[in-house]
Design a protein around this ligand. Structure first.
Ligand code: NAD
Ligand code: UFG
Length: 336
């Protein structure tokens, strides 16, 4: 059964393609490679021993999308394609609104025209904003977002909810990710940020491998056990497996549902540094730096709804996440 994976050459998409193949599905990738390389697709093929159909195509290209739907019998779409850099979204908001929201609208129009009305969407814990207390539950009100990237996720959720409200034959699953890290056990695929990483674990990995001198710990005066920010880190393979459950749900029944994909456990920046040092056997030098604007103290999930309704829960712990991130980083010090 063919599943269209937009953004399938990226970090989470590539891991999800491996798990789709492991579960007997045929992923078809659309990616414009604006934040990835086609090498990741070759690596998925090496891991799985299966050839993957790949279209180098932008999700805003309606004619390109129509061709993909015409040439394949696509049962459902997992929609990862999007820009995700928070600081860039502040300096270039139109790029984010056009790519993420405009792209999703074009994708949904093409899906509707092709009669494919099943979609799993990559949302984010960022839609909870800064007011809701952790553990965050799906029935809490969405918050005020603090940057255009977060606003695109909030609006896309609204677009997809409105689409379902207008036509109940759609099947929509909104997945709110917490902080995905780790990599496939083979060390062949992983996160490959362009330039200096914005996110904690890619940064820590590059300090450990010697590409960066030290980590700036952004604030140690938060109301958390050690003063540094607390997040719900989730292994990307657990996250990928959550998508398999979500695909099964959209294939089975129409509806519109929202799930947190997290572990329910919070770790501080310094907890992550310690776990990474243990996993890599390398020192991770750090200095305490000012808070990063827009950051919140604590963000972790209540993952019980996904467990109850999708039969999914994250099983990989922080040690395994750091070991797998390190294997990827040390085997591929310069990425793909
Ligand atoms: P990624 O950048 O590695 O993957 C996204 C992929 O989409 C890239 O391969 C990129 O080339 C492609 N893409 C972007 N715009 C496109 C377009 N217009 N047409 C075609 N392809 C396009 O990012 P990721 O970490 O794998 O994230 C995947 C999704 O999950 C994104 O939507 C992201 O916002 C969301 N998400 C990520 C995180 C995280 O921390 N990684 C957290 C919450 C949500
Ligand atoms: N941090 C540092 N130094 C760094 C980078 C991060 O101390 O160099 C700290 C942050 O202050 C925060 C924690 O590490 O306390 C995690 O930061 P990340 O940037 O790794 O992740 P965020 O929680 O800020 O954001 C991530 C994604 C967003 C997404 C959000 C919620 O980057 O896209 O999770 O899902 F919106």
């Amino acid at each position: 059964m063919s599943i269209l994976v937009t953004g399938g050459a990226g970090f989470i998409g590539s891991h999800t393609c491996v798990e789709l193949i492991n579960s007997g599905y045929e992923p078809i990738i659309i990616d414009n490679l604006c934040n990835s390389k086609s090498e990741s697709i070759k690596r998925i093929e090496e891991i799985t021993g299966k050839r993957i159909k790949f279209y180098e195509c932008d999700i805003r290209d309606r004619a390109g999308l129509d061709r993909v739907f015409a040439e394949n019998c696509i049962e459902a779409v997992i929609h990862f394609a999007g820009l995700k850099c928070v600081p860039e979204s502040i300096s270039e908001p139109l790029k984010y609104y056009d790519n993420n929201i405009g792209g999703t609208v074009t994708l949904c129009e093409a899906m509707k025209a092709a009669g494919c009305k099943k979609i799993v969407f990559s949302s984010s814990a960022t839609v909870y904003g800064s007011e809701n207390p952790s553990p965050l539950r799906e029935d809490m009100p969405e918050g005020k977002t603090t940057n255009p990237y977060g606003t695109t996720k909030l609006y896309i959720e609204k677009v997809l909810k409105d689409l379902y409200a207008s036509d109940n034959s759609w099947s929509v699953c909104l997945l709110r990710y917490f902080n995905p890290i780790g990599a496939h056990k083979s060390g062949k695929i992983g996160e490959d940020p362009k330039g200096i990483p914005n996110n904690l674990v890619p940064y820590v990995s590059q300090v450990a491998v010697g590409k960066l001198d030290h980590l700036n710990v952004c604030g140690n005066d938060y109301p958390t056990p050690d003063g540094t920010g607390v997040r719900d880190y989730i292994h990307v393979v657990d996250l990928a497996l959550g998508h398999i459950k979500a695909v099964e749900k959209v294939l089975k029944e129409s509806g519109c549902s929202t799930y947190n994909l997290g572990t329910g456990k919070g770790y501080s920046v310094l907890d992550v540094v310690k776990a990474f040092e243990k996993a890599s056997g390398r020192e991770v030098k750090y200095v305490i730096a000012p808070r990063r604007p827009g950051d919140i103290a604590t963000c972790y999930s209540d993952p019980s709804k996904a467990k109850a309704e999708l039969g999914w829960e994250a099983v990989r712990g922080i040690e395994e996440m750091c070991e797998d991130s390190w294997r990827w980083q040390s085997q591929n010090p310069n990425g793909y």
